[in-house]
Design a protein around this ligand. Structure first.
Ligand code: ADP
Ligand code: MG
Length: 466
């Protein structure tokens, strides 16, 4: 049964990925059509588009590699797993190792993913229009050529594909692979639906093809899956200059908690899932202010969970302190775009300015995720902070402090053991403050609860293995 569910989910995820690609192409087409329908407005729009691209590349070009970060600090990509692993190691905080197995240049990954073709240029009606259109096309070409990677990849497609296979040759069975900036859509879908379990989820399609997290097996050889839509999107949003893929052991959680899957509710796949006990710590300006159950529909207020939340807070604080000591600053483009904007609505908005200060350029602000194991919590990954301008998901805090909107944000103070009544994690429209009691506790309450102690009999038992 579990295998069947995994298979259905991986298939759906791959279809969703395709649909997204189609949507992306369509969006580009619609954007172009709109631009060309109103030629007079095009230069302005294109210029602001170009400015945004310039801001992105200037900011991300200043970010340091994880080796430089450990050596001498500096601003770094908050989404890049390698930084968090390096900081955890330096802090003596347990972490899931990540071994770099594949490096691709920008042109290589572009080549492997196939490029999005631009829609046909439409002839315009009047001669005046034609002249403006000609100008706009020039401007567009200039922008697109500025975006283009540094020429075609060296080597043939065969050589490139062979490298994808070779990268997996030394990766042990039972490991997963992901891009430094994000996991694959398949992984996220399986994990989100509670269909991952204690072993690496490998799903067979027919006799010859098997899909694992971040890789595909064809016959008896595996290759890294670099063209996953979620991966590509994340790479595209990151710094230029290429990207890397890492292999990690699949780590068994100490507890798997069974629950009805809120995402599959009301569909033909409705049913129970099994989620690993996972936690997210929220760091603002150097301090861990909150901790949440990552899969917020599986948590509950118990002395055991309170004690673990305190452990997670301490471990996360050690990682944050390590970054601060090294003057290593996680940066997030969503926040930096707002900071760079001169728009009067933003410059004159006190709330916006307040949060830009809290999530300042030289602060340690981030989220840190931990997987609960037999030997205590281990760092799974770090990521962008939860801000009013985007960034990390608030997990079980969703809805706390009211609906999320630009300039104000979900509050993440204390411990969120589970989501408030009627709040669905995946649907921000449901994020309302209902009643936090029995879901979100202050640190004092959590400390009191943890000090009640528990013995093994009270502890939430790991459910029978999925
Ligand atoms: N090495 C691993 N061992 C066990 N579970 C993992 C591992 N890597 C990922 N997972 C599971 O998959 C989920 C998504 O993976 P993650 O690496 O956090 O990618 P993303 O950046 O897409 O969130 C995690 O929340 C976790 O449940
Ligand atoms: Mg994650």
């Amino acid at each position: 049964m579990f295998k069947k569910l995994q298979q259905a989910l991986v298939w759906l995820a791959s279809r969703a990925g395709e649909a997204e690609n189609v949507k992306a192409v369509r969006t580009a087409a619609v954007m172009m059509a709109k631009l060309f329908r109103n030629p007079a407005k095009v230069p302005e729009r294109l210029r602001s588009f170009r400015d945004t691209i310039a801001q992105h590349s200037t900011e991300t070009a200043s970010w340091v590699s994880s080796d430089e970060m450990i050596e001498k600090g500096g601003p770094f990509d908050s989404c890049d797993l390698r930084h968090w692993v390096a900081l955890a190691e330096a802090a003596g905080v347990p972490f899931i190792p990540a071994v770099e197995v594949l490096k691709l240049t920008e042109s290589e990954i572009e080549f492997l993913s196939g490029t999005v073709s631009m829609p046909n240029r439409r002839p315009s009606r009047s001669a005046d229009d034609a002249a403006v259109l000609e100008k706009n096309i020039e401007l567009m070409d200039e922008i697109v050529s500025g975006l283009a990677a540094s020429g075609p990849p060296v080597g043939s497609r065969e050589e490139l594909v062979e490298r994808l296979y070779a990268a997996m040759d030394d990766v042990p069975e039972g490991w997963m692979v992901r891009n430094i900036r994000a996991g694959s859509l398949e992984l996220k879908t399986l994990a989100g639906a509670g269909a991952a379990g204690p072993e690496v989820p490998e799903v067979r399609f027919g006799s010859d093809v098997e899909v694992g997290p971040g890789w595909v097996r064809n016959g008896n050889r595996r290759r890294v899956n670099v063209s996953d839509h979620r991966t590509l999107q994340s790479v595209a949003q990151g710094p230029g200059g290429g990207t890397s893929f890492v292999a990690r052991p699949w780590v068994e959680a100490a507890r798997y908690i069974a629950a009805e899957d809120p995402h599959r509710h009301g569909t033909q796949f409705a049913g129970k899932g099994y989620w690993p006990a996972e936690w997210r710590a929220f760091v603002e300006d150097g301090e861990v202010v909150g901790v949440a159950f990552y899969y917020g529909w599986t948590g509950s207020v118990t002395p055991q969970n309170a004690a673990i939340a305190l452990e997670v807070r301490d471990l996360a604080q050690r990682v944050a302190d390590q970054a601060a000591r090294r003057q290593a600053w996680p940066r997030t483009m969503d926040v930096e775009f707002v900071r760079a904007s001169q728009h009067p609505d933003l410059v004159g908005n006190d709330d916006v300015q307040h949060w830009l200060n809290v999530f300042g350029r030289e602060t340690v602000s981030c989220t840190l995720d931990f997987l609960e194991t037999e030997n205590g919590p281990v760092l799974l990954e770090g990521g962008p902070p939860n801000t009013p301008f985007g960034g990390g998901h608030p997990c079980a805090f969703a809805g706390h402090g009211g609906p999320p909107r630009f300039g104000s944000r979900t509050l993440t103070y204390g411990v969120a053991f589970s989501m408030m009544e009627d709040v669905l994690l995946g649907d921000p429209k449901t994020w309302r403050e209902t009643d936090p009691e029995n879901h979100i506790l202050s640190w004092e309450e959590v400390e009191a609860l943890a000090s009640m102690g528990f013995d093994d009999e009270d502890a939430d038992d790991a459910v029978p293995r999925p």
